[in-house]
Design a protein around this ligand. Structure first.
Ligand code: ZN
Length: 133
């Protein structure tokens, strides 16, 4: 069965495996540990060659654009004081990436496979179950 780009987006937003749609990216009870493979379809989730940089960039971008820059602007326009801005920037720089860690992985896999849907095992010729490492 072919996985469409629409399914890839909906699965990414649901933080689910882009190949089978099951919520198997993370083992139960482990917030910061990505499964090496999907427990349902066996697709390799933890890929080598800097694949982990995708969620890092998403987290960094959202933290800077959504927290740091607005706080700097609030400071620049004298809405908040300097110490308050620094304290909130530091807190946001730690909390936002922690809170978005799992979501960032889902969004990253959604983005990656949206542009490269043929790399999903379900979309490979013959519909093989596992991706080539
Ligand atoms: Zn799967």
């Amino acid at each position: 069965m072919r996985v469409t780009r629409g399914q890839i987006v909906s699965r990414g937003l649901a933080n689910a495996c882009p190949n089978c749609g099951q919520r198997t990216l993370f083992p139960p009870g482990a917030h910061f540990t990505l499964n090496h493979t999907c427990a349902n379809c066996g697709m390799t989730l933890s890929r080598p060659d800097g694949f982990y940089l995708g969620p890092l960039v998403i987290n960094y971008t959202l933290t800077v654009a959504g927290v740091i820059v607005p706080l700097i602007l609030l400071f620049a326009f004298d809405v908040i004081g300097g110490k308050t801005a620094v304290a909130l920037c530091g807190t946001g720089a730690v909390l936002v990436p922690l809170l978005l860690y799992r979501r960032a992985w889902g969004w990253w896999m959604m983005t990656y496979y949206y542009f490269l849907p043929h790399e999903l095992p379900a979309n490979a010729p013959g519909g093989r179950r596992e991706a080539t490492p």
